[in-house]
Design a protein around this ligand. Structure first.
Ligand SMILES: CC(=O)SCCNC(=O)CCNC(=O)[C@H](O)C(C)(C)COP(=O)(O)OP(=O)(O)OC[C@H]1O[C@@H](n2cnc3c(N)ncnc32)[C@H](O)[C@@H]1OP(=O)(O)O
Ligand SMILES: O=C(O)CCC(=O)C(=O)O
Length: 389
């Protein structure tokens, strides 16, 4: 049986360009930790930073140092780990926040402000000029202290595009290294994500970042659309954790980059491991049907599917479980067919006569129709019972 494979979406060449020169900034340790109720300990953050580095993400956003003294110490420790990934931390448009970033020795500081009317009126109670002036002063200060700077526009997707462009252009004059479009409340769809990045790139020559939230379940799709329009830095979190419905999931973005565009530069084999760790440390359970890392992502029960998979798994799998460090699981149940059952029985080391198989399939169907699941152990017990008769 084939060990590692994936199918490419060959249709993509008719509708879009392959994104060039993309990088991942994983924000699990900052935005991911903003998931209500989630706290990562110092040890957990350090372990996750190491695993993210193994995956090969280019940037790790390690935290928001002014949140607490412990947070600041951990960000500093991660910045000093000697990882291949560059490290980054969040900062408001306040000199004190940038000072904290400087103390942490991170490579990059992400200085954010919002410029949408709602945020100006109900959060800052300031004019756009007042808040952008704060941002530019802070950017200048960070640049003077040798930091790489990302200028992030929070709620960018509800901000007047001309306001956004003007702020990005001025930030460019101050020497920012990236500008970030944050879809803070997850309002975009793929076509508007594409449009917005295209519009920004018409005037801004600084690399563009895209930071998508998942309030409509579109975060990954929007991130890809932005990448197709030329966004360089894609923001992700493991398992898609984050504020409210979360962020674009690292595993979804990486596998999409591979299947859609043939981008294979990340070590995807570490994905299941890091997903399990984030599930454990965050206590946020991954849904069974979650793409790539859910319990069912490589589980198959339907007879017609399983019979084909036994011959060639590419028939019903987009990519092999090994590619993400996962495992295939063939399940016996109401939807099992005879060919599938023969394969499953053989797989667990038994050989049954035709009559025994008929009896087994009847018992499997009766059992699962009574809503009793059939584990491998249970199946083995039924087989042993049939063999004795
Ligand atoms: C889109 C995002 O994800 S933004 C990041 C969200 N993350 C967090 O909020 C992290 C957790 N937050 C915290 O621990 C705390 O809110 C802290 C440490 C950041 C600040 O705590 P406090 O000093 O107690 O301030 P508090 O939370 O009450 O208010 C936030 C202040 O920051 C100001 N502020 C908010 N965003 C910005 C910004 N981008 N630039 C400058 N000031 C800002 C607010 O206007 C408010 O100022 P005020 O006190 O003068 O009214
Ligand atoms: O764009 C960024 O870098 C961060 C912004 C952010 O976290 C948000 O708006 O949700």
């Amino acid at each position: 049986m084939l060990k590692e494979y994936y199918s490419r979406n060959e249709l993509i060449k008719f509708v879009s360009n392959t994104p060039k020169d993309i990088e991942i900034c994983d924000v699990t340790l900052r935005d991911g930790e903003q998931t209500p109720g989630v706290v990562f300990t110092r040890e957990e953050k350090i372990a996750l930073a190491r695993e993210l580095d193994e995956v090969g993400v280019e940037i790790i956003e390690a935290g928001f140092p002014v949140v607490s003294a412990a947070e600041k110490d951990t960000v500093k420790e991660i910045a000093g780990m000697g990882l291949d990934a560059r490290t980054c931390c969040l900062s408001r448009a306040l000199i004190a926040d940038v000072d904290s970033a400087i103390d942490c020795n991170v490579d990059m500081v992400s200085i954010f402000i919002a410029m949408s009317d709602l945020h100006l009126k109900h959060k800052y109670h300031k004019s756009c000029k007042e808040i952008t002036d704060c941002a530019f002063n802070t950017i200048e200060y960070a640049k003077d202290h040798g930091l790489s700077v990302r200028f992030a526009a929070e709620d960018a997707t509800r901000t007047d595009i001309s306001v956004l462009k003007k702020a990005f252009l001025t930030a460019e004059d101050y020497g920012v290294d990236y500008v970030s479009i944050a879809d803070t409340i997850g309002i975009l769809n793929p076509s508007t994500a594409y449009y917005l990045v295209t519009e920004i790139k018409k005037e801004i020559h600084t690399p563009v970042c895209i930071h998508c939230h998942n309030d409509l379940g579109l975060a990954t799709a929007n991130t890809l659309a932005a990448a197709e329009a030329g966004a360089k830095q894609l923001h992700t979190t493991v398992n898609g954790i984050g504020e409210r419905a979360g962020n674009a999931a690292l595993e979804e973005v990486l596998l999409s980059l591979m299947v859609q565009y043939g981008i294979e530069k990340y070590n995807t084999r570490n994905i299941k491991k890091i997903s399990d760790l984030v599930q454990k440390y965050s206590n946020v359970q991954v849904a069974a049907n979650k793409a790539i890392v859910g319990k069912n992502a490589f589980s198959h029960e339907s007879g017609i599917h399983v019979m084909a998979i036994l011959e060639d798994p590419r028939t019903y799998e987009l990519f092999s479980p090994e590619i993400v460090g996962g495992k295939r699981n063939l399940i016996a149940g109401k939807h099992t067919g005879m060919k599938a059952l023969k394969g499953i029985v053989k797989d667990i080391g038994y050989s049954l006569e035709e009559e025994e198989l008929n009896l087994l399939i009847e018992r499997v169907k009766n059992c699962t129709e009574a809503k009793k699941g059939i584990s491998r152990n249970r199946l083995e017990d039924i087989i042993k019972g049939i063999k004795k008769v």
